[in-house]
Design a binder for this molecule. Structure first.
Ligand code: PLP
Length: 369
């Protein structure tokens, strides 16, 4: 029997193990924040922002950032309909309204024209999710931000290693969030990061992240407001420090896998993959194939051939507005159409050329029917 191919898995070396062991043995008492402080510094320096706060998840980082902006009931936040639920959940949890707009057909990221049309007097933020490591059209979004005075926030959970006109993903918005979930390019098991270069916003989120306890406050067990407990542990940060020492290796490998797929599949008609225009360096988190509408190849058929080949490919995100908690917005035609005929291909550090060839054969067979 052939071995199955996972869709993603982390790359854990002796370095990660030794740091985690050190944190487990020694990272307590006065040392209980050492790896956290180091990880925050390594990460924010890598992306190029002034401030960073390690969090328990990307979702928590997003919720605190939006909360610190004062977003709440009556406010609207615009985001792409194609998104992981984690991007919308914090908006809903704060009592604000997510406004779902369509995506661009090539990058699968938020459409700036659709975004502009969705702006109302209630719009408080635009969330740019760099889907699958592809980049949003940041020039257009930042122009809107300027014209309307509405900040752009980057959900860069999937975009470590990506950059736009030499600016790293996560360095361009008012704030950005990253995820270190086990499926992401850099992992701490669970975990996330809030990044910003806005000192005031940073202080607000820092206080929120520590149960509303201002860092100037020296009274013990005294909170200044009701906040959150969304902190990363020193143990997780130890893993993160090791992964940061290997960050170039981790992101280069992701890109190499995307390019290997593209090289093998380039000759095929009727499919498209993660675009890499000249001004964009893709983070290549999820190599994705979209089949042209005219081919009639649909999700269930795609999934069943991958399952038969024992390859754990994943469906393209369903539009959030197609899910039961929200009002459907089928006018987001691109978002509603692409998810019916696309697939995320496996991509992980230890993947072999033979694995990649096996995945490509499934795509070729699908197109040959
Ligand atoms: C993974 C992911 C998140 C959530 O990350 P968590 O760390 O699990 O909270 C948010 N947004 C996007 C686009 C993601 O892919």
């Amino acid at each position: 029997m052939t071995a199955s191919i996972a869709y993603t898995k982390p790359s854990i070396t002796e370095l990660e193990v030794s740091y985690a062991e050190d944190a487990a043995r020694h990272g307590w008492g006065p040392k209980c924040y050492d790896y956290i402080i180091r990880f925050e510094a390594l990460f924010r320096e890598h992306i190029g922002t002034s401030f960073g706060i390690a969090t328990s998840s990307c979702t928590g980082a997003m919720q605190m950032g939006l909360k610190a902006m004062g977003i709440g009931p009556g406010d609207e936040v615009i985001l792409a309909d194609t998104n992981w639920i984690a991007t919308a959940a914090p908006i809903v949890q704060l009592g604000a309204t997510p406004i779902f707009v369509d995506i661009l057909p090539d990058s699968w990221c938020i459409d700036p024209d659709a975004t502009e049309k969705a702006i109302t007097p209630h719009t408080r933020a635009i969330v740019a999710t760099h889907l699958y490591g592809n980049l949003c059209d940041m020039d257009a979004l930042l122009k809107l931000a300027k014209r309307y005075g509405i900040p752009v926030i980057e959900d860069a959970a999937e975009a470590i290693g990506a950059s736009y006109r030499e600016s790293p993903a996560g360095s361009m918005g008012l704030f950005s969030t990253f995820s270190f979930h086990g499926t992401k390019t850099l992992t701490t098991g669970e975990g996330g990061m809030f990044l910003t270069s806005d000192g005031e916003l940073y202080e607000k989120v820092l206080t929120l992240s520590n149960h509303g306890r201002d860092r100037q406050q020296n009274k013990q067990f005294w909170a200044d407001e009701v906040g959150y407990k969304f902190k990363m542990s020193n143990l997780q940060a130890a893993l993160g420090c090791a992964q940061m020492e290997r960050i170039a290796e981790l992101t280069d490998r992701k890109r190499a896998i995307l390019h290997a797929y593209k090289a093998e599949l380039a000759a095929l008609n009727g499919i498209s993959m993660n675009p890499e225009p000249d001004h964009v360096l893709s983070g290549a988190w999820m190599p994705t194939v979209v089949f042209d509408e005219s081919l009639g190849i649909r999700r269930d058929a795609i999934l069943s051939v991958f399952r038969a080949a024992q390859i754990d490919a994943r469906v393209f995100f369903y539009p959030l507005s197609s899910q039961p908690m929200f009002q459907p917005v089928p006018d987001n035609e691109t978002a509603w159409s692409i998810c019916e005929r696309a697939i995320n291909l496996p991509s992980f550090h230890a993947m072999t050329d033979a694995d990649i060839a096996r995945v490509c054969k499934v795509i070729r067979d699908l197109l040959a029917v």
